[in-house]
Design a protein around this ligand. Structure first.
Ligand code: TYM
Length: 333
C-alpha cells in the first residue's frame, strides 16, 4: 500500500548516529519504495524553542539538509524543505493550539526533560512544540511518520488533535490521524557513556555520541572509550536484558549492517568487547565516512542547497496552503 510519509529533524548542531539509525536511514528506505510519497522537513521553527545564534542556525539548516541528501534522500523524488519557508506551519499550529488541551500537553515527558528543574524559565514555544509538530504532519495528510522512540508520545498527541478536530467540527476523516513508524530494535540509540541514557545532541560529553561529521580517529577513539561491562558478549537476546551498553553497541552494528540483532549476537557470542569494538568502529567508518565527505562537499555550494530548500518549499506550500484554506473554511473564517 502506498504511504504518505512526513518527518522532520531539528537543525540544532551536529546530527549523530542516533538521528541516522533511528530516523534518517529509515527515511531513505521509505523513499526508495516507489509507491510512497515522502516529505522531509528541516524543522527550523522547532529549533528556536531554545535560544539559537542566528548565524549558526542558518548554517545548521544547510547542514541538516546536506545530511539528508548525503544520506541518500533524493530532492527530485522527495520534497525536502525547511519549515520556516512555509507559513502554513505557523498558522496551522495556532489553530491546532485551540484544539489541543492543556492536560494533554502537561503529560509530555520530553518537555519535562528538556525544561529541567526550572520550567518557569522555559519558552512557551518549548511547551507547545508538539502542537507545531502536529501541524507539520496534519497539513500534508501524512499517513505514516518515521521517527525514533522518543517522538512516540508526540505522535499520539497528533492523533488526539486530529480526532478532536474532526469531532468538534463534525468533519469525519478530514484530518488524518498518522501512524508512527518506529523500528522495533533500533529506535532508541543510547549514549556511549551510559546505556540507559538516549544519545543526544544536548549531552555535554562529546564522547557520548558519534557525530555524522566525526573523522576516522574520532570514531575509533569514541568506540574504544565506550562504556561496556566485564562479561564476554552474550549468546542470546534474553541475556541482553540487564546489559544496556552491550545491547546498544550490538544494536548499532546490526542496524548499520542491515542484519537482525540475533544474527549479530550469533556472530559475536562469547567474544570479548575489544575485538567487537574494532569491528564496530570499522563498520561505522565504512558507513558514516562517505556521508560526512558528501556533507562537506555539498556545503561548499551553499547556493545549491538553498535552491533545493526553496524549490522544496514551493512544492510543500502548494499542499499545505490548500489544507489551511480548507481548515479555515471548516472553522468558519
Ligand atoms: P529531533 O530533531 O530531536 O530528532 C530527529 C529524529 O531522530 C530521532 N532520534 C533518535 N532515534 C534513535 N535514537 C536516538 N538517540 C535518537 N535521537 C533522535 C528522533 O526520534 C527523530 O525521529 N520533534 C522532532 C522533529 C519533528 C518532527 C515533526 C518529526 C518536528 N516536526 C513531524 C516527525 C514529524 C524532533 O525534535 O526530532
Amino acid at each position: 500500500m502506498s504511504k504518505k510519509i512526513f518527518s522532520g529533524v531539528q537543525p540544532t548542531g551536529n546530527l549523530h548516529l542516533g538521528n541516522y539509525i533511528g530516523a534518517i536511514k529509515n527515511f531513505v528506505k521509505l523513499q526508495n519504495d516507489d509507491d510512497n510519497s515522502c516529505i522531509y522537513c528541516v524543522v527550523d521553527l522547532h529549533a528556536i524553542t531554545v535560544k539559537q545564534n542566528p548565524k549558526e542556525l542558518k548554517q545548521n539548516i544547510r547542514e541538516t539538509a546536506a545530511a539528508f541528501i548525503a544520506s541518500g534522500l533524493n530532492y527530485k523524488k522527495s520534497i525536502i524543505f525547511n519549515q520556516s519557508l512555509v507559513p502554513s506551519h505557523s498558522e496551522g499550529s495556532w489553530i491546532l493550539s485551540c484544539i489541543a488541551r492543556m492536560g494533554w500537553l502537561n503529560r509530555m515527558t520530553q518537555f519535562k526533560e528538556k525544561a529541567g528543574k526550572d520550567k518557569e524559565k522555559a519558552s512557551v514555544g518549548l511547551y507547545i512544540y508538539p502542537i507545531l509538530m502536529a501541524a507539520d504532519i496534519l497539513l500534508y495528510d501524512a499517513t505514516h511518520v518515521p521517527v525514533g522512540e522518543d517522538q512516540k508520545q508526540h505522535l499520539e498527541l497528533s492523533r488526539d488533535i486530529a480526532n478532536k478536530f474532526n469531532l468538534d467540527f463534525n468533519s469525519p476523516d478530514f484530518l488524518i490521524a498518522p501512524e508512527p513508524l518506529i523500528q522495533k530494535n533500533f529506535s532508541r540509540i543510547m549514549s556511549l557513556k551510559d546505556g540507559t541514557k538516549k544519545m543526544s545532541k544536548s549531552d555535554p560529553s562529546e564522547l557520548s555520541r558519534i557525530n555524522l561529521n566525526d573523522n576516522k580517529d574520532e570514531i575509533f577513539n569514541k568506540i574504544k572509550k565506550a562504556k561496556t561491562d566485564t562479561e564476554p558478549l552474550p549468546d542470546s537476546e534474553e541475556e541482553l536484558s540487564n546489559r544496556p551498553e552491550a545491547e546498544n553497541l550490538l544494536g548499532m552494528y546490526a542496524s548499520l549492517n542491515d542484519q537482525s540483532l540475533l544474527s549479530t549476537i550469533n556472530e559475536f557470542s562469547g567474544k570479548n568487547f575489544s575485538a567487537f569494538k574494532d569491528k564496530l568502529a570499522n563498520l561505522i567508518i565504512e558507513k558514516i565516512s562517505p556521508i560526512s565527505e558528501e556533507i562537506n562537499k555539498l556545503l561548499k555550494d551553499q547556493k545549491f542547497i538553498d535552491q533545493i530548500l526553496s524549490d522544496g518549499a514551493q512544492k510543500a506550500d502548494k499542499i499545505a496552503s490548500k489544507k489551511i484554506t480548507n481548515i479555515k473554511k471548516i472553522i468558519g473564517f
